[in-house]
Design a protein around this ligand. Structure first.
Ligand code: ZN
Length: 148
């Protein structure tokens, strides 16, 4: 595709769309996986919200065992928030990957721009970092305090 950009053709938009199409075709499987995963997580997220409101309704109608129930509810709430956060993070990753497919940068590492191992993309379609950068970031993330 590089090399025919100097002649300003009027249908350059069309050409661009073709490139995007190739991109989607190349990662068709990942694209489908990401779409269905996105749908599944969105549904799970919605379900979580529904469950949350029904718990609130139930609370009003129970006159005894209040303290114990409150403790349980706090725990439930914490669990729900943790799950909600996890879902939100997963969704963000998947949306990011879908965006990369649209932009034509899918399969390239966010950090160094090198192609991500196709096997890694097979196993984890939402991966946005190559193994090297992933390992590097993980190492930086858990900087252990110096031993005494
Ligand atoms: Zn990288």
């Amino acid at each position: 595709m590089i090399g025919w950009g100097d002649s300003k053709k009027p249908f350059s938009n069309l050409a661009r769309r073709q490139v995007e199409g190739e991109m989607t075709a190349k990662f068709k499987k990942q694209h489908e996986q990401l779409e269905s995963e996105h749908k599944r997580l969105t549904e799970e997220f919605a379900q979580l919200q529904t469950t949350a409101s029904s718990t609130d309704e139930r609370r009003e109608g129970s006159p005894f065992g209040k303290r114990e129930e409150e403790a349980t509810e706090t725990l439930e709430l914490e669990k729900r928030l943790a799950l909600e956060n996890r879902l939100r993070q997963e969704l963000a990753k998947i949306e990011h990957a879908l965006e990369k497919i649209e932009k034509g940068t899918y399969g390239l590492c966010d950090n160094c721009g090198q192609p991500i191992d196709p096997e890694r993309l097979e196993a984890l379609p939402q991966a946005s970092l190559c193994m090297n950068c992933k390992a590097q970031l993980a190492k930086n993330a858990k900087v252990s305090p110096p031993p005494r």
